[in-house]
Design a protein. Structure first.
Length: 94
């Protein structure tokens, strides 16, 4: 399957998950599992900004320790996660 077709199918499947899910946490958990599976990667995480926009909070992850979800934070400018937030472009690490 071509790259664009695969991406469109992934987006379609994510949209379906959103419609089927009962909560934001459920959506995020299901999305990281789906993306990790499709991208064939062992780690996939979703970080969301706190209300002030000063910290990124780990909200869902496939491959990181489950206890970190909701507790791990990154201060503004810290790490690769903030580079992605500031550039608004995805990063794939091989």
């Amino acid at each position: 399957m071509g790259g664009l077709s695969a991406h469109l199918l992934l987006l379609q499947d994510i949209a379906a998950l959103i419609g089927e899910s009962k909560s934001l946490d459920d959506v995020l958990d299901r999305v990281v599992r789906l993306v990790a599976d499709r991208m064939q990667t062992s780690v996939c995480s979703i970080w969301l900004l706190d209300g002030a926009g000063e910290k990124a909070v780990l909200r869902a992850s496939q491959g990181l320790h489950p206890d970190a979800i909701g507790h791990a934070t990154l201060a503004r400018g810290q790490g690769l996660t903030w580079a992605v937030i500031e550039k608004r472009e995805p990063v794939l690490i091989e």
